[in-house]
Ligand binder design. Structure first.
Ligand SMILES: Cc1cc2nc3c(=O)[nH]c(=O)nc-3n(C[C@H](O)[C@H](O)[C@H](O)COP(=O)(O)OP(=O)(O)OC[C@H]3O[C@@H](n4cnc5c(N)ncnc54)[C@H](O)[C@@H]3O)c2cc1C
Ligand code: SF4
Ligand code: SF4
Length: 437
C-alpha cells in the first residue's frame, strides 16, 4: 500500500514529539506551525520545574531533529485553512503567511536584524519584555532560523523609507512585495497539537485591566528569566528597567472562579509560580518573594519535594489569601488581600507583581476545530472521546489531539499524551492498510 502521510498541526513539544515518533517509525509527516519556528511555549521558557534544567537544552535537540528529519516536511509560518475528504484520504489546504523574506535564499546570517533601525517593544512573542527589531527571528536557537518582517512596525512597509535590511542582505532575500500563497497536501490522518494561551490580564478588572505597568503575566516572567531572552536573564521592572527588590506572585488568577472567569484548575501554575520565585531569588539574593495561593496542588512526581524545598530552603513567603485589588501607588504596586487563615486584611507594597493567569485554548482553536470537524468542550479545549480510555481520540476517525490543546498539563504529561496520539495514529493506519488488503 502507498505510504500514508500524517498531518501534525502545531509545532510545540506535543507536535514535535508526535511528529518525531511517527517519523522514526517510518511514517511521513507534514507539520504546520503558525509561528516562524517550532518549539511552542517551551521556546519561551527559562528553566523548567521540577528539575530546573534549561528549557532550551531539553528542547533544542528535538527542534533540530524535527527540522532535519527526512520524514518530516515542515510548513513554518503557515496555517491550515481547509480539510476535505475522509479519514484515510484527506486533502488539507495550507496558507503560507507573508514573511517578506525569501527563506530559500536566506542563510540566517542575522545581518538584517542587527542593522534594522526599528526597535519594537510590543512584539507579542516577548510579551512586552525587552526589545525586538522590525525584522526578527523568535530566538537565537530558532528552527528554522529565518527571520520575518513585522509589517506593523517596519518603516519601509509603513512609510516607504528605509530598506536597510534589503541593503545589508548578502543574498538579496528581502521581498517587500511578497504575497501569501496556498498549497495542498494529501494526508491520511491528523493530529491537532495547537497548545494553549494565557487568559488576558485585560480581563481582570480588579487587577487594573492590564494598565499597571509592573504587573506582568507568567510568560513575561519566563522571558525575563530566560538566559537567551530579551533581558539576557535579568529581572527588570517594565516601568523603569530597575531590578525589583520585592515581588508578589498571585496564583489561580482567572482559574477556579466559575462565576467570573474559568471554572477549572490550570494545573501548572502552583509549580511554575514556585519556580518563578526560586529563580527570582537566585538572581536577586536579598529580594523578597511572596506568593498568594488558594491551595497548593503539586501532584506530579517530585513536585511536592520541589515545593518543600522552595519553602524550607529558598525562603519563599507563602500567604494563603485571595487578592481583591492591585493598584499602582507612586512607583510601587499595592496588593490588597485577605489572609484566609487568620481572616485579617493584608496590604503589601512590592516592586513587581506576577500573575499566574489561567491556561486557555488559543483563540483560533474553535475555528480550527470547525475545519477539522471535531468538538470542543465547554471551555474551548478539544473534547476527548472518552476521558479515561480515549484521551487522544476526537471522536472523528483519523483525527487525534495532543498536549495542552485538550487541557492544561506540564511538559512531562504533554510528551506522554503526544506519544499516545502518535501510537493511535499508527493503529488507525494499520487498520486502513488491513481494510485495503
Ligand atoms: C509561564 C509558564 C511556565 C511553564 N513552566 C513549565 C515548567 O517549568 N515545566 C513544565 O513541565 N511545564 C511548564 N509549563 C507548561 C508547558 O509550557 C506546556 O506543558 C507545554 O508548552 C505544552 O506543549 P504543547 O505543545 O501542548 O503546546 P504549546 O507549547 O502551546 O505549542 C503549541 C504550538 O501550536 C502552534 N499553533 C497553535 N495554533 C495553531 C494553528 N492553528 N496552526 C498551526 N500551529 C498552531 C503554536 O504556535 C505552538 O507552537 C509552563 C507554562 C507556562 C504558561
Ligand atoms: S525595511 Fe523595515 S525591517 Fe527592514 S531594516 Fe527597515 S524597518 Fe527594519
Ligand atoms: S541578512 Fe538576508 S540572509 Fe541574512 S538573515 Fe537577513 S534575510 Fe537572511
Amino acid at each position: 500500500m502507498e505510504q500514508q502521510r500524517v498531518l501534525v498541526i502545531g509545532g510545540g513539544i506535543a507536535g514535535i514529539t508526535a511528529a518525531v515518533d511517527l517519523g522514526d517509525a517510518g511514517q511521513e509527516v507534514v507539520m504546520v506551525e503558525r509561528l516562524p519556528s517550532v518549539g511552542g511555549r517551551m521556546l519561551q521558557l527559562s528553566e523548567t520545574f521540577p528539575t530546573l534544567d534549561c528549557a532550551q537544552c531539553t528542547l533544542t535537540p528535538r527542534t533540530v531533529e524535527t527540522g532535519q528529519h527526512p520524514n518530516i516536511k515542515l510548513y513554518p509560518y503557515s496555517e491550515v485553512v481547509g480539510l476535505e475528504g475522509e479519514p484515510g484520504a484527506f486533502k488539507v489546504k495550507i496558507r503560507k503567511k507573508v514573511s517578506y523574506v525569501d527563506w530559500d535564499k536566506c542563510t540566517g546570517c542575522g545581518a538584517c536584524q542587527e542593522k534594522c533601525p526599528q526597535k519594537v517593544t510590543t512584539n507579542p512573542y516577548e510579551r512586552g519584555v525587552g526589545i525586538k527589531k522590525a525584522i526578527y527571528t523568535l530566538s537565537p536557537q530558532a528552527v528554522p532560523n529565518k527571520p520575518i518582517i513585522d509589517p506593523v512596525n517596519c518603516r519601509y512597509l509603513n512609510k516607504g523609507k528605509c530598506r536597510v535590511c534589503s541593503q545589508v542582505c548578502p543574498v538579496d532575500a528581502i521581498d517587500y512585495g511578497m504575497q501569501e500563497s496556498f498549497v495542498e497536501e494529501e494526508v491520511a490522518a491528523v493530529i491537532a497539537a495547537t497548545g494553549f494561551g494565557l487568559y488576558p490580564i485585560e480581563a481582570m478588572g480588579e487587577y487594573g485591566y492590564g494598565s499597571v505597568p509592573d504587573v506582568i503575566d507568567g510568560l513575561a516572567m519566563e522571558r525575563m528569566l530566560s538566559a537567551s531572552g530579551p533581558t539576557a536573564g535579568e529581572v527588570m521592572r517594565p516601568s523603569d528597567g530597575k531590578e525589583p527588590q520585592s515581588i508578589a506572585i498571585i496564583q489561580c488568577v482567572g482559574s477556579r472562579d466559575p462565576e467570573n472567569h474559568k471554572p477549572y484548575c490550570s494545573r501548572i501554575c502552583c509549580m511554575y509560580s514556585a519556580k518563578h520565585a526560586r529563580l527570582y531569588k537566585h538572581k536577586v539574593h536579598h529580594g523578597i518573594a511572596s506568593l498568594y495561593y488558594m491551595d497548593l496542588r503539586c501532584t506530579g512526581k517530585g513536585y511536592e519535594e520541589f515545593l518543600q524545598q522552595s519553602t524550607e530552603e529558598e525562603g519563599l513567603l507563602y500567604m494563603r489569601g485571595r487578592v481583591s485589588k492591585i493598584f499602582r501607588d507612586g512607583d510601587q504596586v499595592v496588593v490588597w488581600s485577605t489572609d484566609t487563615l487568620s481572616g485579617q486584611p493584608v496590604e503589601q507594597r512590592v516592586d513587581m507583581v506576577v500573575l499566574a493567569m489561567a491556561v486557555v485554548p488559543n483563540p483560533e482553536q474553535a475555528e480550527l476545530a470547525r475545519i477539522l470537524g471535531i468538538p470542543v468542550d465547554a471551555n474551548g479545549f478539544y473534547q476527548e472521546q472518552h476521558y479515561k480510555i480515549g484521551a487522544v481520540d476526537t471522536g472523528r476517525e483519523g483525527v487525534y489531539m495532543a498536549g495542552c490543546a485538550q487541557g492544561a498539563r506540564d511538559i512531562a504529561d504533554t510528551v506522554a499524551h503526544a506519544s499516545a496520539a502518535a501510537s493511535r495514529v499508527q493503529v488507525f493506519l494499520s487498520r486502513l492498510a488491513r481494510r485495503a488488503a
